[in-house]
Ligand binder design. Structure first.
Ligand SMILES: *[C@@H]1O[C@H](CO)[C@@H](O)[C@H](O)[C@H]1NC(C)=O
Ligand SMILES: *[C@@H]1O[C@H](CO)[C@@H](O)[C@H](O)[C@H]1NC(C)=O
Ligand SMILES: *[C@@H]1O[C@H](CO)[C@@H](O)[C@H](O)[C@H]1NC(C)=O
Ligand SMILES: *[C@@H]1O[C@H](CO)[C@@H](O)[C@H](O)[C@H]1NC(C)=O
Ligand SMILES: *[C@@H]1O[C@H](CO)[C@@H](O)[C@H](O)[C@H]1NC(C)=O
Length: 581
């Protein structure tokens, strides 16, 4: 009887509670929730963006323009200022207006570039190539200034590479500026650029003290030394156009940077908040396979795709080795198809025939004219579509960042032949992920290529790691919207954190504008910023304590020992006394 009453009481309490929580008892009261305002009012936000690049070029500009396209969809007006007739001839980005600063002369390759690509990639050769652009600084600066006057830009979005003029103009005009880069040059000491030296690597984790010392202390000094002349040249040219000298050869890296990169591929490290990772940036659509290519791929279930980048090239000997290796791989039935795109070799510098190990002789004309049943050579290829095909088993690449991202996104194991620039570093990063092996452009061997392709095809770990990287790449590829958000954020902040000059234009103090991303240590000086004073004093206190304690112990031990030896002497004396008695 009582237990039934209990049940009833519990039931009533529960019923009342449920009603209170769900609110079903009061349908007339619907005001308990309000909708969060998702967007800010952008009606008076400045909207004109100038995008500046000196080197231009498809694979390099595409990620920047991908972000610009998102911004245009959100109502911003974007204008590209770059060499070459790029956006007009591009399928994805033709809606972006471009001010063409220079027509490209693609056929001409300066000797500095040839030297960088053919010889060891080291800091001296690299500085020579960067030096080629230093002379153009006044022209670049004036190109940007003209473009600025034409479009009255509210924000500069500057490519990082050899583009000081873009950042300088923004700072001079007091306009907000956002940088873009895929590979950042000022790394923390645990990361190093494997530039021409056996000792420096993208991860110094397992390196000896000697190597870590060289790469953290000596190598940066070498870089500063190699760039000192260029820095002086640039500063002289800065003064010519009325810009203050700036004494960091890396340029104004104290601005907000968007990094087309992601941890997992990039060695994980703590970036300053000003450097925001938003990569891999990939468009949502890609050109599809042509019917012939589709047919080739679907009838060749073990295909290797070779592409060494649209702007890179290597020696004729290396091209011959690559062709010979590809033919041997087909001949030994390790592969049954090879697609080679962005062909840059000079036919007349290659052997007329390739003699294979089974005495087959294949004339090069056979390959060039696509008469070989297992070989498909083309100038331009829909790379992403090829990599997406299940029959593409290996990608032999120069290791450009875009190719790396696409290979990870499609989980295609890679064989990387780095030529220069960020490629040696990317090759190491890809090898560390476990989805790739790398080759050396200075020591390219047919046997080495064959054995590495065999490993990539047969060892399951390469495919497994490629799938792991695919997960990271796919999730992180959504961050391009975050990149667009960051640019919007800067523009909207500028709207509330600026003054107007006599022409009614917005002017910002870039350092104040970005204060939410600037870590306080940068304002505290080297010693206080790194807490060297505090840690130094702590070390001294610890040392003093240690010495005092040690001295105390020593004194106590000495005292104890003396007492003990005194007593034992006394007892001996008393012993001998009693004996004598
Ligand atoms: C932005 O571009 C559109 C066309 O794309 C143009 O109609 C509009 O006037 C531009 N707005 C500004 C502020 O320049
Ligand atoms: C750029 O390319 C477009 C499309 O091919 C063409 O119509 C235009 O004339 C070109 N512009 C220049 C300056 O060459
Ligand atoms: C260093 O060695 C450890 C242990 O063998 C390994 O887990 C790690 O991946 C290595 N790191 C690099 C960068 O080679
Ligand atoms: C190809 O090589 C030959 C022989 O070295 C040279 O004469 C010719 O100019 C080269 N062609 C090109 C397009 O570089
Ligand atoms: C290939 O063999 C042919 C004749 O058998 C010979 O003339 C040619 O020099 C050989 N080429 C190479 C690269 O060894």
């Amino acid at each position: 009887m009582y237990s039934k009453l209990w049940y009833l009481a519990i039931f009533i309490i529960l019923f009342i509670n449920i009603n209170l929580v769900t609110g079903t008892h009061g349908t007339e009261n619907n005001n308990e929730f309000i909708q969060r305002e998702l967007d800010i009012d952008k009606s008076d936000t400045p909207k004109k963006i100038l995008v500046g690049s000196i080197i231009g070029g498809g694979s390099h500009l595409n990620p920047m323009l991908e972000i610009c396209r998102i911004l245009m969809d959100r109502g911003y007006n974007v204008t590209l200022v770059a060499p070459g007739n790029f956006t007009a001839t591009s399928t994805l980005y033709h809606s972006i207006p471009q001010i063409i600063t220079d027509m490209r002369k693609d056929e001409y390759v300066p000797p500095e570039v040839r030297e960088l690509y053919f010889n060891e990639y080291n800091i001296k050769n690299y500085a020579k190539v960067v030096g080629m652009f230093t002379y153009g600084y006044p022209k670049f600066f004036n190109d940007y200034l003209q473009a600025y006057k034409e479009i009255k830009a509210d924000l500069f979005f500057c490519d990082y590479i050899v583009n000081e003029a873009c950042f300088d103009l923004a700072w001079k005009l007091k306009k907000p500026v956002v940088g873009y880069t895929s590979d950042f040059t000022p790394p923390p000491p645990i990361r190093s650029d494997p530039m021409g030296m056996g000792s420096c690597h993208v991860s110094m984790e397992n390196q000896s003290f000697y190597n870590r010392f060289i790469c953290a202390i000596v190598q940066p000094l070498r870089v500063i030394w190699a760039f000192r002349g260029l820095l002086n040249d640039i500063n002289a040219k800065r003064v010519e156009v009325g810009v203050n000298k700036y004494h960091d050869f890396r340029g104004r890296t104290n601005t907000l940077f968007l990094l087309d990169n992601f941890f997992g591929f990039e060695v994980p490290t703590a970036w300053p908040p000003l450097h925001q990772e938003i990569g891999p940036i990939l468009p949502d659509t890609f050109p599809n396979l042509s019917p012939e290519l589709d047919l080739f791929l679907s009838t060749h279930p073990r295909t290797m795709y070779i592409a060494l980048g649209s702007n890179m090239f290597t020696t004729s000997e290396n091209y011959a080795t690559l062709l010979q290796s590809a033919l041997e791989l087909i001949n030994q039935n390790i592969l049954d198809g090879v697609i080679w795109a962005t062909v840059k070799f000079n036919e007349s510098e290659l052997p007329i025939t390739f003699n294979l190990s089974n005495d087959d002789i294949i004339p090069i004309s056979n390959l060039i004219n696509n008469q070989h049943p297992h070989f498909y050579i083309m100038k331009y290829a829909p790379q992403f579509a090829i990599l997406s095909h299940e029959n593409t088993k290996v990608f032999l690449s120069h290791g450009g960042v875009g190719s790396g991202h696409e290979s990870m996104y499609t989980a295609t194991p890679m064989l990387v032949l780095p030529i220069a620039l960020d490629q040696p570093g990317n090759a190491e990063r890809l090898e560390l992920t476990g989805m790739a092996l790398k080759l050396s452009k200075l020591d390219l061997k047919v046997d080495d290529i064959i054995s590495k392709v065999v490993r990539l095809l047969n060892e399951e770990s390469f495919k497994m790691n490629a799938r792991r990287m695919q997960v990271l790449a796919k999730f992180n590829s959504k961050r391009k919207y975050r990149g667009a958000d960051l640019i919007e954020m800067v523009l909207n902040l500028a709207n509330h954190d600026s003054s107007r000059n006599e022409n009614g234009e917005l002017e910002v103090d870039i350092e104040t504008l970005l204060r939410s991303w600037v870590t306080p240590d940068s304002r505290m000086g080297f010693i206080r910023g790194n807490y060297l004073d505090v840690f130094g004093v702590a070390l001294i206190i610890a040392l003093v304590l240690f010495i005092c304690l040690g001295y105390g112990f020593y004194k106590a031990a000495l005292f104890g020992f003396r007492k003990w030896s005194l007593r034992s002497r006394e007892s001996q004396q008393s012993l001998s006394k009693t004996k004598n008695e």
